[in-house]
Ligand binder design. Sequence first.
Ligand code: BEZ
Ligand code: FE
Length: 300
Amino acid sequence: MSVDPDQETKELTAREQAVTDEAVASFDASASVRYREVMQSLVRHLHSFAREVRLTQAEWEQGIEFLTRTGHITTDKRQEFILLSDVLGLSMLTVGINAPASAGATESTVFGPFFVEGAPEVPLGGDIARGAKGTPCYVAGTVRSTDGTPVPGARIEVWEADEDGFYDVQYEGDRSAGRGWLRAGDEGEYRFWSVQPSPYPVPQDGPVGELLTAAGRGAMRPAHLHFKVDAPGYRTLITHIFVAGDPYLDRDVVFGVKDSLVVDVVTEPPGTAPDGSQQDGPWARVTFDIVLATQQKENE
Ligand code: BEZ
Ligand code: FE
């Protein structure tokens, strides 16, 4: 008896669809409507991905093994899952989806895996480098709302890699350097010393590094300094400043660059800095004015 190939394909498709339908329906009774929406959509998209590429058993195993290693290498100091999300562009997509509606607010970018809770407070005008290697860099600006009102007392947290491209947490030991937080002054003004940001590669010694190599992709991030700015009544801003002229601005491995965040970092000869301090060697300075979006009410 001959087999009708069209009929076979139809039966196969129906069997595949039945698995998807059953898996989707298994979330019907979720207590939270949002949870049900997100999970059912995730299942549908995962299944359609597997159908589209005709995922082999070996590829499925490779994927499970990759995610298992991503989990095993993740610690409280190294977040390989965030890095994976970053290099897949998912982090920047999520940033874009959640961008504040307010025109004029400073744009957001990726959080990255190197934020550490409990960084030290530094006074206004203090030094967040605290031993991180690099050319001293004076960073100053204001924190305002979109209508121009200063935001006194805004909490500004910053973190950055040293001139060798490493964050403190990438070194042996528990030394904290290149990170800290301060409060804006009465007019929303802020200033601190740091080190001039340098470009650096994202960690390549884990599964995400293998992914980049397999794809023939570079691993570099353009030079940047991270900011997290909080103030009551305003949306938390997570962003960076990027250094104008950096060769990696158009090929950031995590797709994080936005033109509005690219700033001039000016190198100055030895001499007197804006805070009156004497600098024995070259130093750099940068101005970055921050505009916060107001917090939206729950139902807006
Ligand atoms: C960072 O800028 O710290 C970073 C962001 C995404 C991936 C890796 C590092
Ligand atoms: Fe960074």
